[in-house]
Each structure stands twice: as C-alpha cells, then as structure tokens.
Design a protein around this ligand. Structure first.
Ligand code: ZN
Length: 657
C-alpha cells in the first residue's frame, strides 16, 4: 500500500484543519481502508474564544460525511476538556453520550460528532486516523487474531480486545492506552473492528496508517498462498430472471416494503458461493461493527426467505424477548443472498442502499476468504451483533423520519425516454423514489443520468430479442418491474389515406402497437409480482377520441393500443395489475415540435405561436411534465382503485368533451 500524500496537492489546503481534510480524503480514496461513511479522523486544535481564553477543540468527523469527499464543514468542533471528563465516568448510556457531544459543540448546525468521538479525545495525539482496513481485519478476525497482530506489530501498537463501540469502548481505551503505550507506539488495533494511527502532523498520522496496513498486507502475503488457490472455479453463474423476481417479492414481503434486489453474479461471488467453508464463514457475521446496520447480521444462504425470517425471529427473541417497542423495529429481511446457483444478490430500500451493500460485501468476501485461509474467520460475538443492529436505531429513525418518497424500492420501466414525455416521466419517477429503467433507440439514453437508480438501455421495442435482453438487464439490476410506462411512439408524415404507403402504415403499427404488445406480454410475469400491484400507464393520444385527417396510421395505431390496454385491464385485474391510458394533446415541448414546425403550424391556422400552444378550453399550455406527473400519479395510491380508464390531459378539447 502506497502513501498518496503529495506536497503539491497538500499546498492547496490551509492550516491544520485543511490538512486534516486533505489526509482524510486520501484515506477515503482507498476503498480497502474505508467505505461509505466508514472510518473517522480528528485533529485537536487550540482556539481563542470570545473571552480571549485559549480552548482546546476536537474537530472530529461528523456523521453523514464520507472521508473521500469531506470538507472542513464535515468536522464537528467539540470541547475537548468535556469529552475527556466524560471518559472518566463510570458509565454513560449511549443516548446520553450522543446528547453530551451534541450539546458541547462550538458551531450551531455542525453535523453530529462520530460515536467514536470520546475515543479520539482520549488519544494524546494531535492527529488521529481510524479505518476498518481490510488487511487488518483479515488478520484480526481470526481464531488467533490477537497473537497474529502482536507478531506483526510488536510494541508499535496498543491492542484492545473487541468491545461494543460507544462509551464502553472509549472508557476502556482511555484506561488501557496509557498502560500499554510506550515510546514506540504509533497505532492501536481494535480486534474485530479496525485500526488507529496518530501523529503530530496530518502527514505523519496518515503515513503511519499506510505503514501499519502495509505490514498486515505483507503478513497476509507471506502466510497465505495467492487468492486463486482458495477460490474454487465453478460453472458460470446461472441467472434466472423469474427466480430473481420471486426472490425480490419474498424479500420485499419480509421487509414489509418494496426492496431493490441487485444480482452481483461474477466469477468471484460465484466462487464464494461455492466455497466449502461458506456456511461456517457466514455464520460468524460481519467483519466490523460498522457494517452491521447495512449488511444486517447474516447473509441468507440459498433462496428460502421464509426459513431465514423464522431463524431471524428466533434470534431476535433470544436476545430481546419480544418487548413491544423493539418488536416494531424488527426487520427480518436479508440484505445479502448467497446462492451456489447464481452467486450473490444484495437488497436495499433504494438502489443506492443496495449498491452500498454490494460494495461492503465485496470487501467482506475478501476479508472472510483471507481470514479463513489464515486460520478460521472469527468475528464479533452474536450478542453484540444484535445490539449493534438495533443500536443505531434512534439515529436511523431520525434519518427516516421524513416520509420516504412514494415509490421507494419500486422499479419503473419507461419507453421512448430520449426526449419529451418519456424524458419527463423518467425525471418524475426518479424524483418519487423509483428506480427507473429507460429504453430508447437513441444511444444517449445510456448516459442521460449517472446514478444507481437509473439504468438506460438502447432498445428497439419492435424487436423481441431486444426486449428480452433489456428485461434481463433490468431484473438483474433491480430485481423486477412494478410499473410500466408505454410511451415510445412515432408520428408519420401528414398524409391522406389514399396516398398512405403500406410500409409506412406497417412501420407505425409496428412501433406504436406491436412493440407495446411485446413489452406488456414480456413484463406481465414481473408486474404480477409487484408488492403494491403492477401498474401500466399507456400514453395514448387525443387522436383516439378525436382523430384528425391526415393521421390515419397514427390515429389507428393509438386507438388499437388503447383497445389493447382495455383488454389488458380486464385480463390482468385478477393479478392485481392496473392498466390506465392517458390521452395527451398539443404537447409541444417534444422532439417532434421544432420552433420552425410550431411557427409553420401556427401561421397555417392564422395564430401566433402562443395562441396555437394554448388553443384549448382552459387556454392552458400542456407540457411534457404535466403528462409525466399525471402518469406517475396514475401509478400511485390515488388511482389504486382505477383500471381500464382513459384520461385526457389536453387543457380541454371541445371535440373530446
Ligand atoms: Zn470504527
């Protein structure tokens, strides 16, 4: 492991706190050291208060900040003397500890100080760095971890046995550190948890971390053969989209809410899933306390969610004999599924959560395999895992206090998303918390959004093989499809029926009608499994109730599509799937309507562009966003009892009314 310190870069950061920011970011850059808000750092500074007195302040990483992207504002300034006094108390319940830290901050609006704040305060060094380095965990999370750590570091680190993070750990370290520390001490290892380094400068503390972790890496390299020797190469993962969608439904039911389930099938996860010691390793639980909340206690082995939930309830009752309050907190849904057939899947309340679990578990696999190869993987005690799982709840509840977005954990598939109504549907569904699979023939669909809850795929909806490939990607990425917005369509040239070429007629029918049949048919098995019931919204047209001359192919295709939707509403009602149709008109902010075309059409009717745009009963301009909002609403609870409906969104059209 190399130091990433660069004097040139460091020069951009001002003062001691600035360098704290810089070296924290260096730690954050290396995912084998810290991930997703894990790890924490601090610096102790002397500052003059309003009365001219010198005060010592601990700047410690605040919760909600990631080391990789932290800024000065991400450090919470806490009065050091108070923290040090707290460490001397006989006992301090964790909620009270959190309160003491929050009430001794120097800046209103500062983030909540890390739960490891008192520990940082007790270490008598200006800079303190703390990580959950994979290599250190791979050594310490073994049956003989303490001895191995001693062999590696000798007297250069203080060794602390595993203790619950929070006050007890801080208090123990405050007492134990001075007893063990000597002139050689440059760090501290918390067994089954992680490692600290410290120094008088940001650089010294950071580079000691790199040095200490490198020593663990060297030890691992010397004591275990290369990884390949420990990972059996199995048959390639077998991915069954139906089975995944059913798995997602079972997990969502266990969670009591829709969940995103992402399949992470690759040679590595597949080999892990077929490891002869898999069950023994997984039974030990997470590699560090920091992961418990997100990966949960244990992965699920195999695909029997009911059995997992039964085990989980039994485990819950063992530690918490069904107190009413905690019972309501119980969340028995697995977050990690390991199966010899396909490798691994991860679950989360959002696509972002699932992506975090995936990354955490990739490192977990690495640590488990190395620890197992060294001796036997051994993690924190089961009782502590339980405590940790419910420990953070006060904060977690606060975080969740705001109602989650309406479509959290749900998956929507939208067609024709490169512009106009489809593009607006993607935006509104994302804003409402859904993960969105966007299909378009335009390759720009791939890069329209860069976020874990967006999957843009190039797809020609008239090609069944394209549709199958797209659904395969969609289900492996999010686990299923709950909502389908059929928007893709083409409008052929304005042409009289007597002059309409057959191939043009067929092309319009093929995109506007056949493609939608293919999609509906292919999505039906997934829509059926949606926890809140499947929903289909068809983007029809005003031309259905009020056709215009010169648009035979378009009008006929949309009318047939509307009829198809009505039949689907009848046939799929028993599966809990609702199918409703929107008939927009005069939506001009689409790719079809360039300024020139608008100008030309307006003057054709002797109107200004503004008059032409609002030429309806309400004199209102109808935008893509208006249509998209209504489409999203039709997928929501307001339309829970409505299916087979056709709704105009056209500002009122006298021919339709
Ligand atoms: Zn920690």
């Amino acid at each position: 492991m190399q130091s990433l310190w660069n004097e040139h870069e460091a020069a951009d950061y001002e003062g001691d706190l600035g360098l704290r920011v810089y070296s924290s970011r260096l730690l954050g850059r290396d995912k084998s050291l810290v991930m997703h808000g894990g790890g924490n750092t601090s610096v102790k500074l002397e500052e003059t208060n309003l009365f001219g007195e010198l005060e010592k302040i601990l700047y410690v990483k605040g919760s909600g900040w990631d080391l990789e992207t932290i800024e000065a504002a991400g450090f919470a300034p806490v009065r050091l003397a108070h923290l040090q006094r707290l460490a001397g108390l006989d006992a301090l319940p964790d909620p009270q500890m959190v309160n003491e830290m929050a009430t001794h901050l120097l800046r209103a609006g500062a983030p909540a100080p890390s739960v490891e704040t008192i520990l940082h305060a007790c270490l008598p060094f200006k800079y303190v760095d703390h990580t959950h380095a994979d290599a250190v965990l791979a050594v310490s999370d073994t049956d003989n971890g303490e001895q191995r750590i001693r062999d590696i570091y000798g007297d250069s680190v203080v060794i602390i046995p595993y203790l619950m993070p929070g006050f007890d750990l801080a208090q123990y370290c405050a007492r134990e550190f001075p007893r063990q520390a000597g002139p050689q001490t440059m760090g501290m290892v918390l067994l089954q948890h992680g490692i600290f380094s410290f120094g008088d400068t940001a650089r010294a503390s950071y580079e000691r971390m790199i040095d200490l972790v490198s020593r663990a890496e060297a030890y691992l390299a010397a004591h275990i053969p290369p990884m390949a020797a420990h990972t059996p190469v199995g048959a390639p993962p077998r991915f069954d989209t139906r089975a995944q969608a059913e798995l997602r439904r079972s997990i969502s039911r266990a969670a009591g809410a829709p969940m995103i389930v992402k399949t992470c099938s690759n040679a590595r996860t597949h080999a892990f899933a077929r490891h002869p010691d898999l069950a023994a390793m997984c039974a030990q639980g997470p590699i560090t306390p920091d992961h418990v909340i997100r990966t949960k206690r244990l992965p699920m082995l195999g695909l029997d969610v009911d059995a997992y939930v039964r085990d989980y309830r039994a485990y819950f009752e063992r530690y918490e004999p069904l107190s009413k309050e905690r019972k309501t907190m119980l969340d028995p849904a697995p977050r990690v599924v390991v199966d010899p057939g396909f490798g691994m899947s991860v679950a989360g309340r959002t696509a972002r959560d699932a992506a975090v679990v995936e990354e955490l578990y990739e490192h977990t696999i690495d640590v488990m395999l190395r620890a197992q190869a060294l001796g036997a993987y051994k993690a924190l005690p089961a009782r502590d895992i339980f405590e940790l799982e419910y420990w953070d709840l006060e904060q977690a509840k606060l975080r969740r206090a705001g109602t989650p977005p309406a479509f959290s954990g749900e998956v929507a598939l939208v067609t024709g998303t490169a512009s106009g109504i489809g593009q607006a549907c993607v935006a509104t569904l994302l804003a409402r918390g859904a993960a969105v699979v966007a299909l378009d023939v335009n390759p720009l669909v791939r890069t329209a959004h860069a976020r874990p809850d967006y999957l843009g795929l190039v797809c020609d909806v008239t090609d069944e093989a394209h549709i199958q490939a797209a659904l395969h990607r969609a289900v492996s990425t999010y686990g299923g499809i709950d909502m389908l917005v059929l928007n893709a369509g083409i409008f052929s040239a304005n042409r009289k029926l007597s002059e309409l070429p057959s191939d043009e007629w067929r092309r319009v029918m093929s995109v506007n009608l056949d493609g939608n049949l293919f999609l509906m048919r292919a999505c039906h098995p997934y829509l059926k499994l949606a926890l809140h019931g499947g929903r289909v919204v068809v983007i029809g047209s005003k031309n259905v109730p009020a056709p215009g001359p010169g648009a035979a192919a378009y009008s006929a295709s949309k009318a047939a599509l509307t009829q198809l939707a009505r039949v689907a509403a009848l046939e799929w009602g028993a599966d809990g799937i609702r199918v409703n149709t929107l008939h927009p008109n005069a939506v001009f902010d689409t790719a079809l309507w360039t300024d020139a075309v608008l100008q030309q059409r307006a003057s054709h009717y002797g109107m200004s562009v503004a008059e032409y745009k609002t030429n309806n009963v309400l004199k209102a301009e109808v935008t893509s966003r208006d249509v998209a909002e209504l489409a999203a609403e039709m997928c929501g609870p307001l339309f829970a009892k409505t299916t087979g409906a056709q709704l105009p969104v056209d500002g009122g059209n006298d021919r339709v009314i």
